[in-house]
Design a protein around this ligand. Structure first.
Ligand code: ADP
Ligand code: MG
Length: 584
């Protein structure tokens, strides 16, 4: 027993001795139905205890009853690598055009310049831009035209599926996982190539201890053509062995398959094959001396589950034990005691699931996922209702507010019209004026009343001092009092800090009053001010006036201008406030 081999699957014919299946890249070939390839893969994966990914590329192709479905993995990054694009291109072009000098450079350029392209759509845009260049060389134009046509067809199909992509490739436990391309809507060969390439690349980057099974390999490793899968497989096969990553191919025959790529698959199992041409290929592939090679009719008549297996350097005739077949029965088949398609053997096989049942199992997890997603969405409905209600409410409130403002504007307009009609503004102004004046009058009335009381007292005092002044109660009529006590205030306000308050009771007051009233802003003589004072009824003699003027000049109340006669003026910077008392 070797740890790098899988046991419990292969039994030597006719000894029944168990044989180890090397853990390597492997190819299993044989005519469909009569050889038992899928049954072998299923059994070997199960016996390996490893994880496996199986692609389902056409309906009804696979056993793998207990396989777990994988979501539709797709990550374009790997496909924007120029080698993948070169694969795409050579899938659409004649090999010899593809080999023209300059084509590879042009391909690298659209993938990498100015930045590494992130998607096929980006590459498509760049290709379209290049095609607009009139200087483009004819054969490169041909290349890009083909790429353009190819992407034109493939990208819309990709877009349709885009919502379903998963960019994570998770295999949580051992067992077989199915990437059901057919079932998930990836049906065209072109698209299947993109998805297989994308997933193998992801596995190459992230997984270890995994077997990837690719059937229908002529689609993915075509002879004399490129494919996006080729370069990924090349990488995978060359480098994944160290992390226990294996690729197993399942094919009816080698027709149309790129032989160059098959060289890396050194474990091979050949089952029943009726085609003589294919038998020649098989015989060539078996490393045996001519006389030891099987006869073509042996290959043509191989029994179900029987394979010529090239295991390392040896070729063995083997019988495959299906997962469902007890080992001792398998050994008896290998020994030739039981026929593999006999009732005694086939009775161990679980009843084939109806298509419906298989589909149900295949899609149940997906269905469950969809269901829980739907439930999640449904649970959001009440929230959604509240949200919609609130939105409607807000909208409604906004409308009401707008209507309100509109109504307000209209009302204001009406008011303006009515105002114009009735002249309300004028009325209001008049009313305001009336109000002000009433208040003023009231104040003045109050003041007059207090004033008249004061005047009454003064009059009474004067009457005692000067008994010959007529003083009758009748004479102190209100009108008279108002006239007599009329107060006039004169102010001069030019740059003055202090205001001197004077009254016309004094001679100085009389001089200043008369000068300001009668001789404003000019220089005057003693005679002129004397004359002015006479006009106010004040007869002041020269003997009083002259010394008073001299005193005022001395005090700074007047400025004397030298001359004959001397003239006077009120200092410009001085301010006097003279109260004239008419009652003197
Ligand atoms: N080793 C085997 N022993 C018994 N029956 C087998 C064996 N291999 C395959 N079968 C049966 O033969 C039929 C075809 O097998 P399958 O693996 O689907 O063939 P293939 O993939 O080559 O078309 C199935 O019904 C399967 O159960
Ligand atoms: Mg099969």
């Amino acid at each position: 027993m070797r740890i790098d081999e899988i046991y419990g699957v292969l039994y030597q014919v006719p000894t029944g001795k168990p044989l180890g299946l090397p853990k390597r890249h492997l190819g299993v070939f044989g005519v469909t139905r009569d050889s038992g390839k899928t049954t072998f893969v299923e059994a070997a994966v199960a016996a390996s205890g490893m994880k496996a990914i199986v692609f389902r590329t056409k309906r009804g192709e696979i056993g793998f009853d207990n396989a777990k479905p994988l979501p539709l993995f797709f990550d374009e990054r790997g496909l924007t690598h120029w080698k993948a694009l070169e694969g795409l291109i050579s899938a659409t072009l004649e090999e010899k055009v593809h080999r023209e000098p300059g084509v590879r450079y042009a391909i690298i350029s659209v993938c990498k310049n100015p930045t590494p392209a992130k998607s096929l759509a980006e590459i498509h845009q760049r290709v379209k831009a290049k095609l607009k260049d009139p200087k483009l060389k004819e054969f490169i134009k041909e290349v890009f035209t083909k790429v353009d046509a190819y992407l034109e067809e493939v990208l819309p199909q990709l877009e349709k599926l885009r919502g379903n992509f998963s960019d994570r490739l998770e295999l949580p436990e051992p067992g077989v996982y199915v990437e059901d391309l057919e079932g998930l809507g990836v049906k065209s060969d072109e698209l299947q190539n993109l998805f297989v390439a994308s997933l193998i690349r992801k596995a190459y980057e992230e997984l270890s201890g995994v077997i990837i099974v690719v059937a229908e390999i002529w689609k993915f490793l075509p002879q004399d053509r490129g494919s996006p899968v080729k370069w990924v497989i090349e990488k995978y096969v060359r480098e994944m062995g160290v992390v226990e990553g294996w690729l197993w191919l399942d094919a009816q025959d080698l027709r149309g398959v790129d032989k160059k790529h098959l060289r890396s698959f050194d474990v091979r199992l050949f089952g029943r094959q009726p085609d003589p041409h294919e038998i020649d290929e098989i015989l060539k592939a078996l490393p045996l001396p001519k006389q030891e090679k099987p006869k073509p009719e042996q290959i043509m008549t191989l029994k179900l589950g029987h394979f010529f297996a090239k295991l390392r350097d040896k070729v063995e005739l083997t019988y495959v034990r299906p997962v469902w077949l007890p080992e001792e029965i398998a050994i008896r088949v290998a020994k030739g005691e039981l026929e593999p398609d006999s009732e005694e053997v086939q009775k161990y096989k679980p009843a084939p699931k109806s298509r419906l049942q298989e589909d149900e199992e295949m899609y149940r997890p997906l269905y469950e996922k969809e269901k829980s997603r739907r439930e999640e969405l449904e649970s959001e409905i009440p929230n959604l209702r509240t949200r919609i209600f609130n939105e409607l409410k807000a909208d409604f409130e906004k409308q009401i507010e707008e209507a309100r403002q509109q109504a307000f504007r209209e009302a204001m307009q009406k008011v303006e019209e009515i105002k114009k009609l009735w002249n309300i503004d004028e009325m209001q102004e008049t009313i305001a004026k009336f109000k002000d004046e009433t208040a003023n009058l009231k104040l003045r009335l109050e003041k007059l009343q207090t004033d008249s009381e004061a005047v009454q007292k003064i009059r009474e005092g004067l009457a005692q001092l000067l008994p010959n002044v007529p003083s009758t109660g009748a004479e102190i009529s209100k009108e008279r009092t108002m006239e007599v006590t009329h107060v006039e205030v004169l102010t001069k306000t030019i740059h003055s800090d202090e205001i001197e308050k004077l009254t016309t009771k004094t001679v100085i007051g009389k001089i200043l009053w008369a000068a300001q009233k009668e001789l404003p802003d000019k220089e005057w003589s003693e005679q002129e001010v004397s004359d002015a004072m006479v006009e106010w009824g004040w007869n002041i003699s020269h003997s009083t006036l002259a010394p008073t003027l001299g005193g005022m000049v001395k005090d700074g109340a007047l400025v004397r201008i030298q001359g004959r006669p001397a003239r006077y003026r009120i200092p410009t910077k001085k301010k006097f406030e003279v109260e004239k008392e008419g009652s003197q």
